[in-house]
Design a protein around this ligand. Structure first.
Ligand code: 5GP
Length: 143
């Protein structure tokens, strides 16, 4: 049995513009923004606007619409930041590491020999995220 979606979560608040984010991309389906506790420099979260707790209760139509957005942003992260590769992660329920209960996909740029930092680790200031965001947005615009 699935736990119901609750709209008090932090990403629902970002979607309602109740709290700020360093935004990378937005359209009618999804918003993407910089993770404030980045596991890698340039860690981006892609969040569908349609509410679901995670992958398990999401409408398949939401997942279908989300996938091309994740691909588009992952390519821009790789190109914009000159990454060697991209890790895509997604967690479902606390036992798996999920901490925010609105479906989201992690996009993590990777460089040879550089380990990921821990999940939900140190928070960084928005100012530090803006230059990375700008390089990703430039790559989106150039695509
Ligand atoms: P989860 O553990 O649910 O898969 O991932 C939640 C992610 O959201 C974590 O990587 C965490 O760093 C990030 N996060 C938590 N609170 C905020 C916030 O207020 N703003 C942003 N941009 N990211 C957040």
């Amino acid at each position: 049995m699935t736990t119901p979606y609750e709209d008090s979560n932090i990403f629902a608040k970002i979607l309602r513009r109740e709290i700020p984010c360093v935004k990378v991309y937005e359209d009618d389906v999804a918003i993407a923004f910089m993770d404030v506790m980045p596991q890698a420099d340039g860690h981006v979260l892609v969040v569908p606007k349609a509410p679901s707790r995670n992958f398990l209760d999401a409408d398949p139509a939401t997942l279908a619409a989300l996938a091309p957005r994740v691909q588009k942003i992952a390519r821009a992260v790789k190109d914009g930041l000159g990454a060697d590769g991209i890790t895509i992660m997604q967690f479902n329920e606390p036992a798996s590491g999920q901490t925010v209960f609105h479906l989201h996909v992690h996009i993590l740029p990777r460089w040879e020999g550089v380990e990921l930092r821990r999940h939900s680790g140190d928070m960084v200031k928005a100012d530090a995220l803006v230059p990375l965001r700008d390089r990703i947005v430039a790559a989106l615009e150039a695509a």
